[in-house]
Structures are given as structure tokens and as C-alpha cells.
Design a protein around this ligand. Structure first.
Ligand SMILES: O=C(O)CCC(=O)C(=O)O
Length: 329
């Protein structure tokens, strides 16, 4: 059975940070999902990101393949990723583009793959501007998350979690057509995110669903409707680990609804060397730390790369029958 979920709405511009932090705590404990409004990103910038994203995905496949992902940054073609690796399906029915910071050590070691400036002259400028804006919302939100955990607002800054973060923006396009009604396809199969928090914008096409109790069978999926102008925010695996399981990294998926759909996700992933160990405010004698201390690099083999391992052009080409490529492009 599928129902619509009513999620808390958090106004991050409110001067009453304590009340806001309480609301965030409750949302993270109960749902692992909430909306964030009044984040300060201009509407024109958000519209610009969707416009440029559409322009990119509308390019012929050869032009998109020029910026094929390298070190996980760049273009990932249709079916290249399968978030629920237990499925026997062909792969998730979506194409995407990852971009990260252009600054700092990471920006230099892992340069972004920009599409050709001749084809998309305003693309890079729009995306760099969005990255900076969404990163600053992410920093502010992480401050409120720290308050929600009875920590100082600058806790995550002080421990250096955001010194040179591996945060990425992911532009996603879900095609309207499905391969065939006999083949089980997901836009994004069931998964949880790997980082601290994810900030998501979607267009008006529905499809996002959450399962609040992954241990219950059969699973109950609830629709997450879009709230115009607001981010849909969810907790990731690292934050679940940091909070000793108090904050929930909730399973979610995107179902195809027969209409093309665009979304823009921002995964706030800390520095690769940031140690993630149970926060002092989340454990006690009666509730000891459940997870070993790990840094993101150690834990990424369990989370980040498990999804992305099979994104290779060779596999992509081998996986997609020619007829599908013809139909979908
Ligand atoms: O496109 C969406 O609505 C959700 C995307 C998502 O869950 C993901 O990329 O992890």
C-alpha cells in the first residue's frame, strides 16, 4: 500500500534556533526526512539549474559521453547504476551528472568534467554558483543538526568535517518511457544515502517514496510530495552512524510514473579523513556506541562505492541492448 507522507517543514531562517533544532531532532528521529524552506537560494538560480540540466540531458548521447564520469564526477548514462544491488533488473532508469567543488585539494585532485562551453555556454557558471549556494545552506543546516544533538552549533566545523568536503551535486533525469511493461524498472531503486545530509530539489513530477521501517515485510512505501521552493532533506548513513542510530538514514526510491522527471540532489559528504565516531551526546552506559570509529574513506567501501562500482562505460555498453538505446535516446 502506498500513502503520502506529511513531513515537518523547517524554516531555517528563523532566529529561534533552539525551536528549529528541536523540530529537526524530532524529524530525524521519526522520519529521517523533512522539508527546509526559506533557505535563501534565489528562485532564479534554482530554475537556472533545472534549465541547464535539461539542456545537458537533451544533448545527443555522443556529446554527453564526452564528459563521462571520471573519479565519479561527470556523466553517468542510463542504467549505469543500480542502487539496490540485490535486484536482478538491468539497472536504474536514470541518467545523471555529478559535480563537486572546484576549490581546495579535492577540487584539484578530482577535477570536474564540464560539458563543452560551445554547446552550453552558461552551464559551468550556473552549476558553480549553485554548488556554492547549496554548500552554504548545507553548512547552516549542519549547524542546526549539531544543536539538535545538544552540541555546539559549530561542532562539525570545529572537528574539521567540512574543511575540504567531498560533497557533490547530482543532476538527474528520469526518462518518461519504460523499456517494457514486463521488465521491473525503478527510477532509483531502494537505497539510503551515504553522507551526512542530502538536500533535494525536484520538478513537479512525483515519484519519490520512503520506507520508514525497512525491517517490516512487505515494505510500506509512502510518497514524498514536493513542496515548491523548499528542499526535501534526508539523513545519510554517516549521520546515522555518528548519532548511534538515533537519526535515521531512511530507505527511499524513485518510481517511474510514465513522465520525464528531473531532480537535483546535493550530498553533503565530509572530508575523506573525517573521523566518524559515536557522538558523546548519543551514547551512555545504558546505550553504548554501536559502531566502531571510522573515517569516510574507510566506510566508503561499504556505502559510497557499493553503488558506483559498476558505473563503467564497458559495462554500460554491455548492459544496454541496441534497441533500448535507440528507443530511449
Ligand atoms: O530524484 C529523486 O527524487 C531522489 C534521488 C535519490 O534518491 C538519490 O539520488 O539518492
Amino acid at each position: 500500500m502506498e500513502t503520502s507522507l506529511v513531513l515537518p517543514i523547517v524554516d531555517i531562517s528563523s532566529p529561534d534556533k533552539i525551536t528549529t533544532a528541536r523540530l529537526i531532532r524530532r524529524a530525524c528521529v521519526e522520519h529521517g526526512f523533512f522539508y527546509v524552506k526559506n533557505h535563501g537560494i534565489p528562485e532564479e538560480l534554482m530554475e537556472g539549474v533545472f534549465r541547464e540540466s535539461k539542456r545537458f540531458f537533451n544533448l545527443p548521447l555522443e556529446d554527453k559521453m564526452v564528459s563521462l564520469h571520471r573519479d565519479f564526477l561527470g556523466y553517468t548514462p542510463l542504467y549505469a547504476e543500480k542502487l539496490d544491488t540485490s535486484l536482478t533488473t538491468i539497472g536504474d532508469s536514470k541518467e545523471s551528472f555529478f559535480l563537486g567543488s572546484s576549490e581546495g585539494v579535492r577540487g584539484q585532485c578530482y577535477p570536474n568534467q564540464w560539458p563543452s562551453e560551445n554547446l552550453l555556454p552558461s552551464w559551468r557558471q550556473t552549476m558553480e554558483c549553485y554548488y556554492k549556494n547549496v554548500m552554504s545552506v548545507g553548512r547552516k543546516l549542519l549547524g542546526l543538526v549539531a544543536l539538535a544533538l545538544d552540541l555546539d552549533e559549530d561542532f562539525f566545523i570545529k572537528i574539521g568535517a567540512l574543511n575540504d568536503p567531498a560533497a557533490v551535486v547530482r543532476l538527474i533525469r528520469y526518462p518518461g518511457e519504460v523499456i517494457s511493461s514486463d521488465v521491473e524498472t525503478y527510477g532509483a531503486s531502494a537505497h539510503s544515502d551515504y553522507g551526512t545530509v542530502t538536500l533535494l530539489l525536484t520538478d513537479e513530477v512525483p515519484g519519490l517514496q520512503v520506507c520508514r521501517d525497512k525491517s517490516k515485510q512487505p515494505r510500506t512505501w509512502e510518497d514524498v510530495p514536493r513542496l515548491g521552493g523548499a528542499f526535501i532533506v534526508n539523513i545519510g548513513d554517516l549521520m546515522e552512524r555518528w548519532t548511534n542510530g538515533l537519526f535515521r538514514s531512511t530507505l527511499h526510491r524513485v518510481m517511474p510514473v510514465g513522465k520525464e522527471r528531473y531532480s537535483v540532489a546535493f550530498f553533503l559528504v565530509p572530508n575523506p579523513d573525517c573521523n566518524v565516531e559515536c557522538l558523546k551526546t548519543c551514547c551512555s552506559e545504558t546505550s553504548p556506541a554501536r559502531y566502531l570509529r571510522k573515517n569516510f574513506t574507510e566506510s566508503q567501501s561499504n556505502c559510497f562505492f557499493k553503488y558506483l562500482d559498476h558505473i563503467t562505460p564497458r559495462l554500460y555498453m554491455a548492459q544496454i541492448p541496441a534497441y533500448t538505446r535507440r528507443r530511449l535516446y
